[in-house]
Ligand binder design. Structure first.
Ligand code: FRU
Length: 488
């Protein structure tokens, strides 16, 4: 269900593009080993975002540079001249990363995204700096011919830079955003796109995504979003975040209270460098992120073969909604489907109820209820084969959902318990997706409050798993649950 390469090191998703009926996923990849080295772009395709086929690596590192993160566009109109009007080239903009120097470079493909040629005029955008990276390019419609816009970061400066181009090879500076909001780590992998608020095409806002590491809301790597306007030149946040004091950029810590005031696409520790597909309609905007955290990436215990494995998040469909106090909030729902299992009526439940026992492989757990006089509700996920367990708890007083993951052999940083605050803490509405990462570790993605709060975490719980719900200190009303198994 989740994309994972056959072997070797993987990090960020790159070059997400939908073209000719296929979703292309490129990714940061070491073709030769399990360390973050020899960075190249791996490649996979899917027709349904559920089953992926891995291909040969697409763009390989060379003596001059590693191939860091970036994006792909289909050059309709052949503005670059690398394709034809009938047969547009796919054009990749990526960061050519050399020691002390990062600049944006271009490669193109005329066979639909499999074989790539590095442009001989590279780099196409060089500021002479060491941390300028992660270009995300999109076509901006200005009501006329339109032009290409690139968002990229000066990572250490906590700035997103906007450039424009007519042909993808010559870029001119437009504006910058930041530092603002969360700045406790370097800014990486920006993305920006328009979404209609509550589906209203007359009320379109722009969403700017900024990954930062460390300084995320769950510790380590995290991804912040800001909603605002883009006029073709500059981005302006609806609610501007104050510029931080300079010293914050050096010593880096912001309080949890402050971080809670900002937008986060995910409140868990294992959702990083998420970017969206080019080539889909506005109401189909879909994100994939790397399901890991730089704090412990590469140190998650392996499976029986002990081969390193890492995975991407589920593809997530994004939308915008306006909440009761008028703030625009991002919503996410899995872009893949797994029919809910048979509904289990838990009317008047007190104490605990086993929902399903010994379930092997991927599953989706739905759970809805309203609090009676219960203090909290819990979902326990336990492994039948080892001592790993995870508890997810929604507590009425704190108004939060918390995930507690415990287990031996887990690296430092893994023991923190991520949590997220709810607007309506008496309502339980969970859509939880779980899958195997390897024989010891699983992934959980919890969509709550109709997708407005999402929490992604790797957990030390092996398959097969048993799912139990418990009402603590009283009763729940109208409680229902279901467990759908995918068994892969
Ligand atoms: C984010 C990142 C990017 C960079 C890539 C290198 O995880 O650090 O900024 O391009 O990974 O692999």
């Amino acid at each position: 269900m989740h994309f994972a390469p056959r072997n070797n090191w993987m990090n960020d998703p790159n070059g997400l593009v939908f073209h000719d009926g296929l979703y292309h996923l490129y990714f940061q990849y070491n073709p030769q080993g399990v360390e973050h080295a020899n960075l190249s772009w791996g490649h996979a395709t899917s027709a349904d975002l559920l089953r992926w086929t891995e291909h040969d690596p697409a763009i390989l590192w060379d003596d001059t540079a590693q191939i860091y993160s970036g994006s792909v566009v289909v050059d309709h109109g052949n503005t670059s001249g690398f394709g034809t009007d009938q047969d547009p080239a796919l054009v990749a903009l990526y960061t050519a990363a050399a020691p002390g120097r990062q600049a944006q470079a271009l490669a193109y493909s005329t066979d639909g995204g499999y074989v790539w040629t590095k442009y001989d005029g590279n780099p196409v955008l060089d500021r002479g700096t060491s941390d300028f990276r992660d270009p995300k390019v999109f076509r901006y419609d200005d009501g006329g011919d339109g032009y290409w816009v690139m968002v990229a970061v000066e990572a250490e400066d906590r700035q997103v830079l906007f450039h424009r181009s007519d042909d993808l090879t010559t870029w001119t500076f437009l504006s910058s955003y930041g530092p603002a909001g969360p700045v406790g780590g370097v800014w990486e992998c920006p993305d920006m796109f328009p979404l209609a608020v509550d589906g209203d095409d007359d009320d379109v806002r722009w969403v700017l995504l900024i990954s930062l590491n460390p300084g995320g809301i769950a510790g380590g790597s995290g991804t912040h979003y800001v909603v605002g306007d883009f006029d073709g030149t500059a981005f302006r946040a609806s609610v501007p975040h104050p510029a931080p004091p300079r010293e914050l950029l050096r010593d880096g810590s912001q309080s949890r209270d402050e971080l809670e005031r900002y937008g986060w696409i995910d409140f868990g520790p294992d959702c990083y460098a998420g970017v969206t597909f080019d080539g889909l309609a506005r109401d189909e905007r879909t994100l994939i992120a790397w399901m890991d955290n730089w704090e412990y990436a590469g140190r998650i215990p392996g499976g029986d073969s002990d081969e390193h494995r890492s995975a991407m998040t589920l593809p997530r469909r994004l939308s915008l909604t306006r909440d009761e106090v008028g703030a625009e909030r991002l919503r996410q729902h899995p872009a893949v489907d797994l029919d809910p299992g048979e509904s289990i009526d838990l009317a008047g439940v007190t104490g605990s109820v086993v929902l399903a026992e010994g379930v092997a492989g991927a599953a989706r757990v739905g759970f809805t209820a309203t609090f009676g006089d219960a203090q909290s509700v819990e979902l326990h996920i336990e492994s039948a084969s080892d001592d790993g367990r995870v508890v997810i708890r929604q507590d009425r007083t704190s108004g939060r959902i918390e995930l507690v993951r415990s287990g031996e052999r887990m690296p430092l940083g893994f023991h923190r318990s991520p949590s997220m605050r709810l607007d309506r803490p008496r309502e339980v509405g969970w859509d939880l997706w779980i899958d195997d990462l390897n024989e010891r570790v699983s992934s959980i993605e919890l969509f709550a409050q109709n997708g407005e709060r999402v929490l992604t975490a790797l957990v030390p719980v092996a398959s097969p798993r048993t799912y139990t719900v418990a009402a603590i200190g009283g009763t729940l009303h109208g409680a229902r649950a279901d467990v759908a198994e995918r068994g892969c």
